[in-house]
Design a protein around this ligand. Structure first.
Ligand SMILES: NC(=O)c1ccc[n+]([C@@H]2O[C@H](COP(=O)([O-])OP(=O)(O)OC[C@H]3O[C@@H](n4cnc5c(N)ncnc54)[C@H](OP(=O)(O)O)[C@@H]3O)[C@@H](O)[C@H]2O)c1
Ligand SMILES: *[C@@H]1O[C@H](CO)[C@@H](O)[C@H](O)[C@H]1NC(C)=O
Length: 391
């Protein structure tokens, strides 16, 4: 008998919708039989009408609709809450859930800074609940394959990684008033926290979590700012200390140049993981890749395509984020992280298997250091570890 996990959705924006729709896809379409997901409640910070509209849109209209996040965390039928507010609000909202004794899956970037991440981890341990950063990319079969290529020794000792996650936006035209969360400092906007997290995810899941006792990297970085004060172009050079000799990585992100200029992957890989015997390449977008290429010194070239499951062609079902809708019946891919959270609840684990909370904290420390080096600090009420703070 499959065990059903009862989800509460905190926020009603674009990614909350994509996530909730993926949740409700029959898990058997991805050969998962021991767990199921249900959406039992959603909350909007603005009104219960908005929450109800959200539930209707995702096909869960009989679930509870709340006009405050507080009511959601008090719903006894909710096992786990998915937090999908802007970065600025993750700490406040996740803490609200943890204080109420709920398990939490919190969108990336986990928090605004490492101090907040540490406090969430402490609180989760104190309440003995599950907590995970929703870095969906880690849980894709493609990512699992790439890590296996590394840990099996197929490309030799990995000493260098390039990882880019950039999209060319017409920044002034798309977000003219500077209020959109991508560029708004009051919502902890900027390329680093929104997009750089994926470049760092690739660096960390290839150079850090593949090691038996990894050490945090040293960091040097450069940043170009947008007129609102957030970063629009960020480049990070990371040095990972190792007993066999340091490994290097370059992690980049930006709003004005693209990893994939024509949207067809023609421009080359977004990620190159280079070892002494060859390399594994991952084609853009780095946050939801579908194609890899293994190139070995002995002449082997092996390309792989990873398809995202879902209800399939003819289902009339569409998912995707914002304007990036996928082919009919093809999932966005967020169910893989949801499955991991569900398995954890069933197995009474308090962390995800593929990215420890400690690793999420180290990644936040890297982003803290990049911001420190380049003088990017958000308002005190956003950087604070005080709770509750209302803004
Ligand atoms: N995993 C991914 O692929 C992915 C993709 C995109 C975004 N994200 C992450 O998901 C989070 C949300 O992104 P999004 O694109 O869904 O943003 P969005 O469309 O702007 O939605 C954010 C939602 O947060 C709630 N919210 C509460 N207070 C808010 C405030 N002061 N200003 C704006 N919204 C507020 C709103 O819902 P209610 O008020 O109705 O509750 C709003 O709809 C971010 O952390 C982002 O990095 C992840
Ligand atoms: C090259 O090396 C790979 C990995 O060790 C191996 O699977 C493959 O058979 C080799 N190919 C040739 C042509 O030697």
């Amino acid at each position: 008998m499959a065990q059903t996990i009862r989800w509460g959705i905190l926020a009603t924006g674009l990614i909350a919708e994509a996530f909730a729709k993926d949740l409700l896809v029959d898990p058997r379409t991805r050969r998962v039989t021991s767990i199921k997901h249900s959406v039992v409640a959603a909350a909007s910070s603005t009104s219960d009408t908005r929450a109800q509209e959200f539930l209707t849109k995702i096909g869960a209209s009989s679930a509870n609709a709340y006009g405050t996040y507080k009511e959601l965390v008090e719903d006894p039928n909710v096992d786990i809450i998915y937090v999908a507010t802007p970065h600025s609000h993750h700490y406040q909202n996740a803490m609200l859930c943890l204080e109420a004794g709920k398990h939490v899956l919190c969108e990336k970037a986990f928090t605004v800074n490492a101090a907040q991440a540490c406090k969430l981890v402490e609180k989760a341990r104190e309440r003995d609940v599950f907590l995970m950063e929703a870095v969906w990319t880690r849980y894709f079969p493609l990512s699992i394959y790439v890590r296996e290529v590394i840990t099996s020794g197929t490309i030799g000792e990995v000493t260098r990684v390039f990882a880019d996650n950039s999209m060319a936006h017409d920044v002034e035209a798309n977000w003219p008033d500077g209020k959109h969360r991508m560029v708004n400092p009051d919502l902890a906007g900027g390329a680093l926290l929104d997009m750089g997290i994926y470049s760092l995810t690739w660096v960390f899941q290839t150079l850090y979590s593949t090691q038996s006792s990894p050490k945090p990297p040293r960091v040097v970085s450069s940043m170009r700012k947008y007129k609102t004060g957030v970063d629009e172009l960020t480049t990070i050079l990371l040095t990972f200390p190792r007993s066999t000799g340091d490994a290097h990585a370059v992690a980049t992100c930006g709003f004005r140049t693209a990893s994939d200029p024509d949207g067809q992957g023609t421009g080359g890989p977004a990620v190159r993981v280079q070892g002494t015997k060859g390399e594994i390449q991952v084609f853009p977008p780095a946050f939801r890749p579908t194609r890899t290429k293994l190139v070995l010194e002995n002449g082997t070239v092996d390309e792989n395509i990873f398809e995202y499951p879902g209800p399939g062609a003819g289902s009339g079902w569409f998912n995707g984020f914002s304007t990036y809708l996928h082919a009919e019946g093809e999932g966005h891919g967020m169910f893989y992280e949801a499955d991991e959270a569900a398995y954890a609840l069933v197995e009474c684990r308090k962390e995800g298997r593929l990215q420890s909370l400690q690793e999420s904290v180290v990644i936040m420390e890297v982003m803290d250091e990049v911001r420190r080096q380049n003088g990017l600090r958000f308002a005190d009420n956003i950087e604070t570890t005080d709770w509750p703070v209302y803004f």
